[in-house]
Design a protein around this ligand. Sequence first.
Ligand code: CA
Length: 423
Amino acid sequence: MIKANNPNLKSWVEVPAHSDFPIQNLPFGIFKTRYLAPVAGVAIGNHVLDLVYLHENGYFDGLGLPVGLFNQKYLNDFLSLGKSRARDVRERISELLQQDNDELQANRAAREIALIPMEEVQMQMPVRIGNYTDFYSSEEHATNVGTMFRDPKNALLPNWKYLPVAYHGRASSIVVSGTPIHRPKGQIKLPDAELPIFCPSRKLDFELEMAFITCGETKLGSSISTKDAEDHIFGFVLFNDWSARDIQNWEYVPLGPFLGKNFGSTISPWIVTMDALEPYRAKGPEQFPHVLPYLAVDGEKNFDVMLEVLIQPDKGETTSVCRSNFKYMYWNVNQQLVHHTINGCNIQDGDLYASGTISGASPGSFGSMLELSWNGQRPLHLTNGVERKFIEDGDTIVMKGHCEKEGVRIGFGECKGKILPAL
Ligand code: CA
């Protein structure tokens, strides 16, 4: 049992009811303020705990952490220490924040420097992402897309239940929540037209996903087994894989996604550790036909994370358009990472692996506008009579996620982005 996950723990830092960041969460991120360059922090209630201050003032003595570990604009060096060292740091932070611990609580000056109100910080990219892979692991999503784009009778391609399908994406255009995205331009071939045209996308979409971030580099030529896979999964973020369906539809054959995807993806800023999600493990869907032995896993490898997508038109009211759950994934993160390295592909600290769109079985749980509006055939009705087939300029898309059990709520904060007109 990870001590920091004890549901009975209480912090001396005030944590409002329904906060995403109780003492049982303690996610890691990178923040800056008017006075501080980007540094590492941990979220607690409505505050950010400055890890540089704690490290420099002896609160992590005995953990053997390298000098300057947290005084950096990315968490990559921290991740390179491996999961068990990161666990020690999270356990120590938990200790310092517990209500019966006086070390920081009783030192008013230290407390006031170390705890910064969230409204005073600006969250940054938590890691320097070297490599980004996007899976396609929700059976419901793959079936919906296959039905619309190809053939309802053969919606899933023959390989789909044998391996977690994926493509290598673009790392440079992944941005942190709050960063606006311009509508992409590209080649589109309209259904009745003979030739393609070049114009702004008319079918701009979101994809509701989660992504895991790896730690513990491996050597080129080596593989990760299902037994060891979770030692390399540091934590999770929410992920919006913005997609231009019309560009995608014309370009994707035969090599897969390209400009319909690489103009931007948004992540939530706090990395919720896999350790913090331990109490929320869930059984995944039954896998049949049986997977090949190298993909066979024991126990619960899915996670019960409730997900939601909201749309806010410019100056308009927010409407919730989708509720889904990470536990619906057919292929779990363990199998995704194992499959990724089975050919000898190496992984690096800070790589990002997205789940693919997370759709459930009911229409209200579909994780993209493509599915929710069934490729524009059934417009969505938002608050105040507003309709949407796809995303319009000025719309803000917000994704949220949280786990809840025994009165403890572990949340991910927000993954938010506004669409601006094409440049
Ligand atoms: Ca995707």
